[in-house]
Design a protein around this ligand. Structure first.
Ligand code: G16
Length: 549
């Protein structure tokens, strides 16, 4: 038993505790947090442990094992070398029926000694712990006075070889996380259809794809799936070696950071589909010929519109869909078309858990490049890419043609997100509270703006969510301005950054017949209005965003 003092900054954000590596390097910091998790789950007897392989993961994993062993957890399932994608962790929890998982990931945030690290806890359904749980966890981190761990100088547990071992009364399974997850995906999709697409048949030539693993956890998964199983050439996979610092890159699959993929697709029109994953493999980006960009909102809608072409959903049927509040409503139109419900949740995958567990929805997604389904309780980059390939194989169509066809049928939802990263926290908080005061007064309602008064403000406020399963309310999940006919502006502060504040500004609009406009041009009037109402430049000093997606 080690006596300790509490840290005041261990409140989890949108997706677990994310901080600079240097914060986790403080003595007792990791052990306090892990002991607090175990104090939250005193009956837990079995856990999955793994992470995205970033810098300092190896040290943290040994600390986690030490605390878990000293707390007599009876079964630990650990990924070989500690490297496990977040969707594979969710798969293992569900298949091995463990009480939960401790997942080391800061997802798309940069890694390395000066980068970020994260720890999150998933419950026995395989999904991220909900708000009430993380709030109680935070309270436990504030009360902690001691933790248990193995004696100092105890040698590290060898996690480099697959197999079973034991330590005291704890059974330890070192597993290959790739295998279980891909086997699960094989039970959902028609791999023969995808193989024919990628390898070609007597009548069709092979379709060239390029998959960018961004030096994150996905390299081994992508090689095994696309090359060994589905027959694509090895050259289809790039940046496939997991690196502690992601090769100095930002492992975020968007047009700004997946530059190699974008450049190579622009240079080679023979590459018909591009995909990129983030550091822990739950996010993905889809590109078509010439680096044609599919917004995540469209990707979600197109997959949902074509679920009947995917074996699992065709056989079992599908119940409903869900999206986060800032995500474009493209999927709502698909739900309406099928006569199904589309739930709108706050930002963060944890809000989909109840809807999936109670079989209210089959597929859900967020604008931040995350889509997933009922098969696990995390977003799943591989699942999304396979869904596209399966449907493309079914129709023998490319990404661009499928997207254009979707717009012709449903109309086009234009979407842009502007991120202003590492702003001054106090200034950003002030901007948001002034904005919320203004929006609560409703004084903007009725105001016209834009070219030829294109928009009229119809509603303003801060988004509150009513969970239909738990019947609880969670408040203040995005300051919004809705406009007729179809415009929407949302501001919120990120809950995953590690320094300063990231202001996110989301813009959406819809057109039934203008299908080929430049999104930034189409949304320019909304952007100008959002910037003037929020006084963003005045408060933060920022005149340009750091990332536009
Ligand atoms: C961001 C995204 C959310 C996402 C969250 C966690 O949160 O906006 O949609 O759920 O990251 O995603 P991941 O686990 O891939 O990091 P925030 O609060 O930074 O906007």
């Amino acid at each position: 038993m080690v006596l300790t003092k509490h840290f005041r900054d261990q409140r989890p954000g949108t997706s677990g505790l994310r901080k600079r590596v240097t914060v986790f390097q403080q003595p007792h910091y990791v052990e306090n947090f892990i002991q607090s998790i175990l104090n939250m789950e005193p009956k837990a007897t079995s856990l999955v442990v793994g992470g995205d392989g970033r810098y300092y993961n190896d040290v943290v994993i040994q600390k986690i094992l030490s605390v878990c062993l000293a707390n007599n957890i009876s079964r630990l399932i650990i990924a070989k070398d500690g490297i496990l994608s977040t969707p594979a962790a969710s798969t293992l929890v569900r298949e091995m029926k463990t009480d939960g998982a401790i997942i080391l990931t800061a997802s798309h945030n940069p890694g390395g000694p000066k980068g970020d690290l994260g720890i999150k806890y998933n419950l026995s359904n395989g999904g991220p712990a909900p708000d009430w749980w993380t709030e109680e966890l935070f309270a436990k981190t504030c009360e902690i006075t001691y933790y248990r761990c193995l004696v100092r100088n105890c040698p590290d547990i060898d996690i480099s070889t697959i197999g079973n071992t034991s330590f005291g009364c704890t059974k330890i399974d070192i597993v290959d996380g790739v295998y279980n997850h891909i086997r699960l995906l094989e039970s959902i999709f028609d791999f023969d259809v995808i193989r024919d697409l990628l390898v070609g048949t007597n009548e069709t030539k092979p379709m060239k794809i390029l998959v960018d693993c961004m030096n994150g956890v996905m390299g081994p998964y992508a090689k095994h799936l696309f090359v060994n199983i589905l027959g694509a050439p090895e050259s289809s996979i790039i940046n496939a070696t997991p690196l502690e610092d992601f090769g100095g890159k930002h492992p975020d699959p968007n047009l700004t950071y997946a530059t190699e993929l974008v450049e190579r697709m622009k240079a080679d029109p023979e590459i018909k589909m591009g995909a990129a994953f983030d550091g822990d493999g739950d996010r993905h980006m889809i590109l078509g010929e010439g680096a044609f960009f599919v917004t995540p909102g469209d990707s979600l809608a197109i997959i949902c519109a074509n679920l009947k072409r995917i074996r699992h959903y065709n056989q079992r049927g599908f119940k409903g869909f869900a999206r986060s509040f800032p995500t474009s409503p493209a999927v709502d139109r698909v739900a309406q078309h099928f006569g199904l419900s589309c739930y709108v949740t706050p930002t963060g995958w944890k809000y989909f858990g109840n809807l999936l567990d109670h079989e209210l929805i089959s597929v859900c997604g967020e604008e931040s490049f995350g889509i997933g389904s009922e098969h696990i309780r995390e977003k799943d980059g591989l699942w999304a890419v396979l869904a596209w390939l399966n449907v493309m194989g079914y129709f023998s169509r490319g990404v661009k043609s499928m997207t254009s066809e979707h717009w012709r049928q449903f109309g086009r939802d234009y979407f842009c997100r502007y991120d202003y990263e590492e702003c001054d926290s106090k200034a950003s908080d002030k901007m948001m509270s002034e904005l919320n005061r203004l929006l609560a007064k409703k004084s903007l309602v009725g105001k016209k703006f834009g070219h030829q008064d294109r928009y009229k403000v119809s509603e303003t406020g801060d988004y509150n969510y009513h969970d239909p399963v738990e019947r609880t309310f969670t408040l203040n999940h995005g300051s919004y301005i809705k406009c007729v006919p179809n415009g929407k502006i949302v501001f919120r502060l990120s809950g995953t950054g590690s320094t300063g504040a990231t202001v996110r500004l989301y813009l959406t609009d819809f057109s039934r017949d203008k299908l080929d406009e430049d999104p930034q041009e189409f949304l320019k009037d909304l952007l100008d209005f959002a910037l003037s109402v929020s006084k963003l430049a005045e408060f933060t000093g920022r005149t340009e965003p750091t990332v536009i997606t």
